[in-house]
Design a protein around this ligand. Structure first.
Ligand code: ADP
Ligand code: ASP
Ligand code: MG
Length: 450
């Protein structure tokens, strides 16, 4: 059972989690928990502030977040009494202050310090949840995720090393489960082989949970969040969004990759490999079934399951006569992105030009001069990717035409279709994205229902 940040945001949220865990205790759950909502953002902001030498300001900026933890612990334990969580929090305060000074002084590589700092969100939430569960009679035990998940050295986006991780998870967790204890661990955080703290990338707690579920060969992976499952589009954009009862793994992967942040993209992989059903449930509505992610979902009558989007996308267009009828051009192009470790999201090509989209433009100033050796390069920021997902999309007639006629007044900057059988992806200006999603949603979900 993985609980996201909003599921552990305040006292009431912790109460709900206790109820949900207690109701499934017979199924012998393992709990993976995110940092309390907004804490990871606050830790990143503190790290950035410390980089500007203001480590005192950085330490002070975290105080309101420590207070939120204290408020929760104060609700479950009598104030004044010694309590294991408050002792832990005192240590964390001191250690974080020390790490922030190191950031300012550059006494260790900053990416390494950043992960060490970020890890306190999950270190604290997991300790707090374990203590809260114990106070309510659940035999919980906090487990340090860094002893279970072994990764490479890619700070900020570390890759787990599966065989070692699988072995450690079983070694550490099976005895607890066997003794009817409920392990509670932080998501998102791990350690490299040298024991240094690493993190799995934003939203990575889902990934941690999937690794644990796969290693233990769990009956089910439950992702508890603040919405009732994966919906027909982001409910923040369109209030007529509805829960999708069943999704295939492939559909869920496409949706997650293209911005439906309700599931972390990589969550899907360990679950698919081990054929473990994933259920996305709502902490605020625990009785609702939510979304089941299964190996095969079957096709829905109108084929389209959901519309995902991702903003802040930059388009790169490379035009070169050299491309015409030659081989090796694409390889040279991709090598540039490989060298600067930059991921390409969507790609479309013609005889003499290639258009592609980037989500992460941190290295763009280095990438563009390299690409200019291959041809003319245009950089266009301010776009959004929209990804329409549904099993059987590629093979059905008339759907692309229905999609584009719905938004005929919108300028589509790039289209990609056919690579996967489950998605049609296109790029529009960021300013129209909400409008485009609302129109498509009305056409494919509201009309069909009526
Ligand atoms: P958690 O803290 O539980 O990990 P996230 O914020 O990562 O939660 O993910 C849940 C959020 O994802 C929802 O509040 C919702 O706004 C957003 N979201 C985006 N697309 C979708 C979608 N298609 N279905 C459901 N939620 C979505
Ligand atoms: N706390 C981390 C984040 O905010 C990981 C997670 O919530 O999944 O990105
Ligand atoms: Mg998330």
């Amino acid at each position: 059972m993985k609980f996201g940040g909003t599921s552990v945001g305040d006292v009431a949220a912790f109460e709900r989690v206790v109820g949900i865990v207690a109701s499934q205790i017979e199924r012998r759950p393992v709990i993976v928990v995110s940092a309390m909502t907004k804490v990871t953002d606050a830790l990143i902001a503190a790290f950035e502030l410390a980089k500007t030498d203001d480590h005192a300001g950085a330490v002070a900026s975290l105080e309101p977040h420590f207070e939120r933890h204290i408020e929760v612990s104060g609700n479950f334990f009598a104030r004044g009494e010694p309590n294991a969580f408050n002792t832990e929090l005192d240590f964390a305060r001191g250690e974080l202050a020390d790490l922030l000074v190191r950031v300012a002084r550059r006494s260790l590589p900053r990416q390494m310090l950043r992960d060490a700092i970020l890890s306190y969100g999950e270190q604290l939430s997991s300790r707090l949840l374990a203590e809260v569960l114990k106070s309510r009679g659940v035999e919980a035990r906090q487990v340090d995720a860094r002893r279970l998940i072994v990764t490479d050295d890619e700070y900020g986006a570390a890759q787990p090393i599966w065989e070692e991780t699988e072995e450690l998870i079983n070694l550490e967790l099976q005895p607890l489960i066997g003794a009817a204890e409920v392990p509670v661990m932080g998501g998102f955080i791990a350690a490299n082989r040298g024991g240094e703290t690493t993190t799995l990338g934003r939203g990575g707690s889902d990934y941690s949970a999937a690794l644990v579920a796969a290693a233990l060969n769990a009956d089910e992976l439950q992702i508890w969040t603040d919405v009732t499952g994966v919906m027909t589009c982001d409910p923040r954009i369109c209030n007529s969004a509805r829960t999708i009862p069943v999704l295939s793994y492939e559909e869920a992967a496409e949706l997650a990759y293209f911005g439906a942040k309700v599931l972390h993209p990589k969550t899907i992989k360990p679950a698919v490999d081990h054929a473990i059903p994933v259920r996305v449930c709502n902490t605020f509505e625990p009785a609702a079934t939510g979304t089941m992610v299964l190996a095969d979902s079957g096709e829905t009558p109108n084929k389209i399951k959901s519309i995902a989007h991702k903003k802040n996308i930059t388009i790169l267009r490379i035009t070169s006569a050299r491309m015409l009828g030659s081989y090796g051009f694409m390889s040279a192009l991709f090598q540039v992105f490989e060298r600067f470790r930059t991921v390409i999201d969507v790609i479309s090509t013609s005889e003499v030009s290639v258009a592609l989209t980037l989500d992460n433009t941190a290295e763009i100033d280095k990438i563009v001069p390299e690409l200019q050796r291959l041809g003319d390069v245009e950089v266009e920021p301010g776009y959004a990717v929209i990804c329409v997902v549904g099993e059987g999309l590629r093979t059905s007639t008339g759907l692309a035409s229905k999609i584009f006629s719905t938004i005929e007044d919108v300028n589509v900057a790039l289209v990609s279709h056919g690579a996967s059988s489950v998605n049609l992806t296109f790029v529009v200006n960021e300013s129209v994205v909400a409008d485009v999603i609302k129109k498509l949603h009305a056409t494919f979900f509201v009309e069909v229902r009526d």
